[in-house]
Design a binder for this molecule. Structure first.
Ligand SMILES: Cc1cc2nc3c(=O)[nH]c(=O)nc-3n(C[C@H](O)[C@H](O)[C@H](O)COP(=O)(O)OP(=O)(O)OC[C@H]3O[C@@H](n4cnc5c(N)ncnc54)[C@H](O)[C@@H]3O)c2cc1C
Ligand code: SF4
Length: 334
């Protein structure tokens, strides 16, 4: 590991000022991804700004009186605190399930909500500094494009990068229409939809998202949920713990009798960002909640997938995972 300057931030503005003052500085939250990247020589920060000692509250209700109006997740809240919070378990069960499907108990106790969104891809070529990788070293090429691309994207990739976003939590947040709150040195607060926050690789795969250097994530806002009664997070992986998703699906149904009045489907392990399955959602809205309709919607969603040599299996796996998540959401709690 290379030498770096360490600063323990005492206030939010001082952390942002310190971050903005040096393009080679990085925020240190739980450190569960950043420190691994530093050990592998992928990240070489000159300065780390430790924000873990700033005061925070894991989950705050935004309700006023009896009105249901959502919750605010603190960026510094730990993944485990968030997943186990009563409000999250009762109102946003797919989020709780998604977080608990990730990593291990020890890592979730360290990892923060903000850091989870900003964790880097697990593409093995990105981690191996001897290999070409446009995300790590722009212009060097993409080792995965013609390499072993079993874990890689089937939607939204470019010939510059076919990596997937590794977060489980972000998939559920995408389905729930979460917004990311970010603050910059001038004190400006931005509220970004997931579409505005995450990006596809295009010609600049080195950028995972649309934050500017100096932006600090302060929180994640969730609108009131209508999916608490019928939601499910399905994760398919090579082993049942400590493994990233091959394909995952966050599904939520709002039912009027047997009819689907609203539906959310988001996928992980298939794109550079959490992938909203808008084709499937559109097909299901207004239809009856039946297994046949779930399967038809899943097939239609995956019809647009463009796989690579070693990940063609993700098409059938994606179809099955969408249908499974919707079926389990329908039967949730029964
Ligand atoms: C063995 C292992 C298995 C794992 N398995 C899974 C899995 O199955 N599913 C899954 O979803 N995840 C998994 N993870 C990843 C884990 O969830 C992430 O490492 C963790 O969520 C990152 O959070 P952190 O607080 O530790 O981030 P850090 O490592 O501290 O930071 C990550 C990045 O975010 C930046 N950052 C952090 N907070 C902020 C902020 N508030 N504002 C601006 N920038 C910030 C940092 O500068 C850094 O660039 C696994 C990790 C390991 C080590
Ligand atoms: S897929 Fe992206 S992260 Fe992986 S080698 Fe190619 S450019 Fe790098």
């Amino acid at each position: 590991m290379r030498p770096f300057k360490y600063t323990r931030a005492t206030t939010l503005p001082s952390a942002i000022k310190e971050l903005s003052g040096n393009a080679q500085s990085r925020i240190l939250a739980g450190g569960t991804n950043l420190l691994d990247l530093m050990k592998e020589d992928v990240e070489r920060p000159e300065a780390l700004i430790d924000i873990t000692h700033l005061p925070h509250s894991a989950v705050k209700s935004l309700s006023q009186g009896a009105a249901k109006s959502g919750v605010l997740l603190d960026a510094l809240g730990k993944n485990s605190e968030t997943a186990n919070h009563l409000l999250i378990r009762s109102q946003y069960p797919m989020l709780s399930q998604a977080i608990l499907a990730g990593a291990s108990a020890q890592i979730r106790n360290m990892a923060t909500n903000g850091g989870n969104l900003l964790q880097r891809t697990r593409c093995p070529y990105f981690y191996d500094v001897a290999m070409p990788c446009n995300k790590r070293t722009p212009g060097s090429g993409c080792g995965a494009l013609e390499g072993f691309n079993r874990m890689h994207a089937v939607f939204g990739w470019s010939d510059k990068c076919i990596a997937v976003h590794p977060s489980d939590m972000a998939v559920a947040l995408a389905a729930l229409d979460a917004k990311v709150l970010a603050q910059n040195e001038a004190g400006q607060q931005r509220r970004l939809t997931f579409d505005e926050f995450f990006r596809l690789p295009g010609d600049a795969p080195e950028k995972d998202n649309n934050l500017q250097h100096g932006d600090l994530i302060t929180g994640i806002e969730l609108p009131a949920s209508n999916f608490a009664d019928h939601s499910y997070y399905a994760k398919v992986r090579d082993r049942s713990s400590y493994a990233f998703a091959l394909v995952s699906v966050a599904a939520g149904l709002q039912l009027n009798g047997k009819q689907i009045s609203d539906v959310r489907v988001a996928m992980g392990g298939v794109a550079h960002k959490p992938w909203r399955a808008l084709t499937a959602e559109k097909m299901l809205k207004g239809k009856e909640a039946t297994e046949a309709n779930f399967k038809a919607a899943a097939k239609a969603e995956m019809a647009a997938a463009k796989p690579h040599e070693y990940n063609k299996f993700k098409i059938e796996l994606g179809e099955r995972a969408i249908a499974l998540a919707l079926t389990n959401a329908l039967n949730y709690g029964s």
